[in-house]
Design a protein around this ligand. Structure first.
Ligand code: ACO
Length: 327
């Protein structure tokens, strides 16, 4: 039986720290509101670094941490909602940046669930023996699509990248994955692309929405709590495990109150949740690999631990991956 397992992690965040107090000079907000409603104290913001550049830095660290030759990488899957171009994909740019040749590389867009979708795809490629060593990256420069005049959203987001190397093994790493989506809820969380405009339109469309994230916070909040619990239950049921069999949960880092709610509902102590949103905010598809890498560097996980990664995001999308920790 062939399994896939994580053999290396890496992360990169821009150096520029923006604390809540700095935002309170830009919009009508304050540290007390942001901290109590979200748990976020500061975030990293790109000062010129592009999505592919921070992705390549995280990937380079993951390859080093895995102790492999980069030439062993036979696929790159990159999750992002903030690509540098429609074409080429950000994964293609990372491939060039890393100096890798002749391997497939592609982006996936599944909102903040992108990294979990990426893990699921990579796991399938490895289990079907079409690939052996895959880089899965989540990278975002959300600051370029944030409306910095909207206090409802600008306090939430940050920039960063995280990556893992997934390798084929006869030892079970990833136990199971689960993903879902519901497109009819799209309006609650959107980031428009370019508006439809061409010389052949009967009515010229000059009012395309700006390329900013807009969100109905309350709707997303309610959806997030419900769907994270469902996603965790799904991977537990699929693998015949109970929540007490799980050592750690790495949730999408959106809001501490969402995580607290999930912890209470599942009756899981908060210490078993890996949390770093206080320092990085919501980095969308980078949030789980960033938290995973930090926990790994702090030696929080031991070989034999079971870890669930669980996310929700624009789409709306959701998903979870349950893995043995083997490093
Ligand atoms: N500072 C001060 N006041 C604010 C701010 C702010 N930054 N933002 C909103 N307010 C005000 C509102 O205007 C409102 O004022 P009003 O009562 O006078 O109208 C009041 O605070 C309460 O606003 P709510 O929206 O009810 O605040 P809520 O407690 O719901 O918190 C929040 C808002 C933090 C956005 C919450 O709804 C949330 O976290 N939702 C989920 C968001 C999320 O998880 N997004 C993740 C997906 S996005 C992605 O990952 C790309």
């Amino acid at each position: 039986m062939v399994y896939s397992k994580i053999i290396g992690t890496g992360a990169y965040v821009p150096a520029r720290i923006v604390k809540n107090d700095e935002l309170s000079k830009m919009v009508e907000t304050n540290d007390e509101w942001i901290t109590s409603r979200t748990g976020i104290k500061e975030r990293r913001i790109s000062i010129g670094e592009r999505t592919y550049q921070i992705a390549a830095k995280a990937a380079t660290e993951a390859i080093k941490n895995a102790g492999i030759d980069k030439k062993d990488i036979d696929m790159i899957i990159l999750a992002t909602i903030t690509p540098d171009f429609f074409m080429p994909s950000t994964a293609n740019l990372v491939q060039a940046e890393l100096g890798l040749e002749d391997i497939p590389s592609f982006d996936i867009a599944a909102g903040c669930t992108g990294f979990v979708y990426g893990l699921q795809i990579a796991d399938q490629f490895i289990k079907s023996k079409q690939s052996k060593t895959i880089l899965v990256i989540g990278a975002e420069v959300l600051s370029k699509v944030t409306d910095w005049s909207d206090r409802n959203t600008c306090v939430l987001f940050g920039d960063g990248a995280g990556a893992v190397v997934l390798k084929s093994s006869n030892q079970e790493g990833i136990i199971c994955t689960y993903t879902g989506s519901q497109g009819d809820l799209q309006e609650s969380l959107t980031l428009p692309a370019v508006p439809l405009k061409n010389p052949f339109l009967q009515v010229q469309n000059n009012n395309g929405k700006p390329n900013h994230i807009s969100m109905c916070g309350k709707e997303v909040f309610q959806f997030a709590t419900r769907i994270m619990i469902k996603s965790i239950s799904q991977v537990l049921n699929k693998s015949n495990l109970l929540i007490d069999d799980i050592d750690y949960i790495i949730p999408h880092q959106a809001n501490i109150r969402i995580i607290d709610h999930v912890a209470r509902e599942l009756k899981v102590e908060r210490q078993r949740f890996i949390i770093n949103l206080d320092r990085f905010g919501n980095t969308s598809s980078a949030s789980i690999p960033l938290a995973l890498d930090e926990a790994h560097k702090k030696k929080i996980f031991c070989p034999g631990n079971r870890v669930i990664m669980v996310a929700f995001g624009g789409g709306l999308t959701w998903g979870a991956a349950l893995s043995n920790w083997t490093m």
